[in-house]
Design a protein around this ligand. Structure first.
Ligand code: GLA
Length: 445
């Protein structure tokens, strides 16, 4: 399932014409992704190693003469939406797909200026399963932005657009990092993409498809980027900021507060990840702590800590030691995994995936019972590595499987997880994904 077939493109163009009484001017194909390793490191300014997959959100669009935006989806679960381009458009309900489109508008207005962004009609189609942790929402934001730029005759360099799209997507209320948008825009076919942040840099690494395959297993538990999963995600972001504040205090850092753990680590070349983790472990108990407890144990000023709280309730508790231990150790695993991938050391790459998963489960606490069952079944079936991918709290596990073992692996997973699962029928749930190109824009549909 690579680029949409001519038939599918034709059907999409016909559906657009039937809905809006004119042909679309542009078609954009924006891929979803799996993250091979480097979970929850991106918003800490630390590296990730995802790959774009051969499943896409496809957006067709045409400009309008007024300031109205119309949005429709071929999937009936996403009802048509309409809004006016104005400084503060009325938001749709929390979790509504229209908010992701408004996020695209918000980002583009920021970059181009309000007057330059005109109204447009959009029709969306997709093969990325929604809410499965495969970045379908980022693909929608990026695809909408690219389509909008193309119909308006504007251009933004892809690296700049990746950063803009990441900022724009925070409009929906999740304080996410920049991995999904960067890989969606900058991936190269056949390659995983090492991404570094602040400033954004990418480095493709060939995946050697004859050796191994990446098999996605859906836990069948939706990981919506709204509601409880969003709150849990944003709490992790705050915990990492607080850990950064405490480490600055422990290191007697005189410079202005670092934006994130990655910047702090970059400033302190004398400290390895293990040193920073050790400092936190000595200063704080690893259980969740209130702000007062963090200040009392570490000696950091409460006022300094409170500035990192964002919207969190002041009586909330934060597990700083565990969160920072995951993030800093995960970044070190990304370094090793990128080298293992480049040299085709699959045993090491798989072991690093397993270690990443254990850290996500035990220290970042983002796994679920279903993902644990899947990962255990995958290891029994001989996966070289198995781990949750994306934000967690549901969604998918990914498995590194020797190419020759893929059929046997899939049969094992069918038998041991999906056969008895009530939500499994009628839904594709265990499939191979191929490392794919970043988003593609076609002017004639
Ligand atoms: C989501 C976010 C990303 C990243 C991952 C976790 O996909 O959108 O920015 O933080 O979770 O690695």
């Amino acid at each position: 399932m690579s680029a949409p077939s001519p038939e599918r493109r034709g059907a999409l163009a016909d559906a657009f014409a039937a809905r809006y009484q004119r042909p679309p001017a542009v078609l954009v194909r924006a891929p979803g992704r799996v993250n091979l390793i480097g979970e929850h490191t991106d918003y800490n300014g630390l590296p990730v190693l995802p790959m774009a997959i051969d499943r896409h959100i496809t957006v067709v669009a045409a400009a309008r003469a007024d300031r109205c935006v119309q949005l429709a989806n071929r999937d009936a679960r996403y009802p048509p939406r309409r809004y006016e381009l104005q400084p503060e458009p009325e938001r749709f309900a929390a979790g509504d797909w229209g908010n992701y489109h408004q996020a695209a508008a918000y980002g583009l207005r920021d970059a181009l200026g309000a007057a330059a962004l005109g109204g447009a009609d959009f029709l969306v189609d997709g093969t990325v399963p929604p809410g499965a942790g495969l970045a379908s929402s980022s693909a929608l934001v990026v695809g909408s932005m690219l389509a909008w730029l193309a119909v308006g005759g504007h251009a933004i360099a892809r690296g700049d657009l990746a950063e803009l799209a990441a900022r724009a997507e925070r409009y929906v209320g999740t304080q996410s990092g920049g991995m999904d948008q960067a890989v969606c825009l900058l991936a190269q076919p056949g390659c995983a993409l090492r991404i570094d942040f602040d400033p954004l840099r990418v480095h493709p690494i060939a995946m050697r498809p004859d050796d191994v395959a990446v098999v996605v297993c859906d836990s069948l538990v939706t990981a919506e980027k709204s509601g409880a999963a969003r709150t849990a995600y944003n709490t992790r972001v705050i915990e990492c900021r607080l850990a950064c504040r405490v480490l600055e205090h422990l290191l007697a850092e005189a410079a202005a507060p670092a934006s994130h753990l990655g910047q702090l680590q970059g400033r302190r070349a004398d400290c390895h990840a293990g040193d920073l983790i050790g400092m936190l472990e000595s200063a704080l108990p690893s259980r969740p702590l209130t702000l007062d407890e963090i200040a009392a144990s570490s000696g950091a000023r409460r006022r300094h800590l409170a500035a990192a709280l964002g919207g969190a309730k002041p009586d909330a508790t934060f597990a700083l030691v565990k969160r920072a231990r995951h993030v800093l150790s995960e970044a070190a695993r990304v370094e090793r995994a990128a080298a293992a991938l480049a040299s085709g050391d699959w045993a090491l790459f798989g072991a690093l995936m397993d270690a990443s998963h254990a850290s996500c489960r035990d220290d970042y606490e983002i796994s679920t019972a279903e993902i644990e069952t899947l990962v255990a079944a995958a290891k029994t079936a001989g996966a070289l590595g198995a781990r949750l991918t994306g934000a967690g709290f549901g969604g998918c596990a990914i498995n590194l499987v020797r190419r020759a073992d893929v059929d046997r692996f899939q049969r094992h997973m069918e038998h041991h997880f999906y056969r008895a699962h009530p939500a499994a029928s009628g839904r594709e749930h265990c499939f191979v994904v191929h490392p794919s190109a970043g988003a593609e824009v076609r002017k004639t549909v």
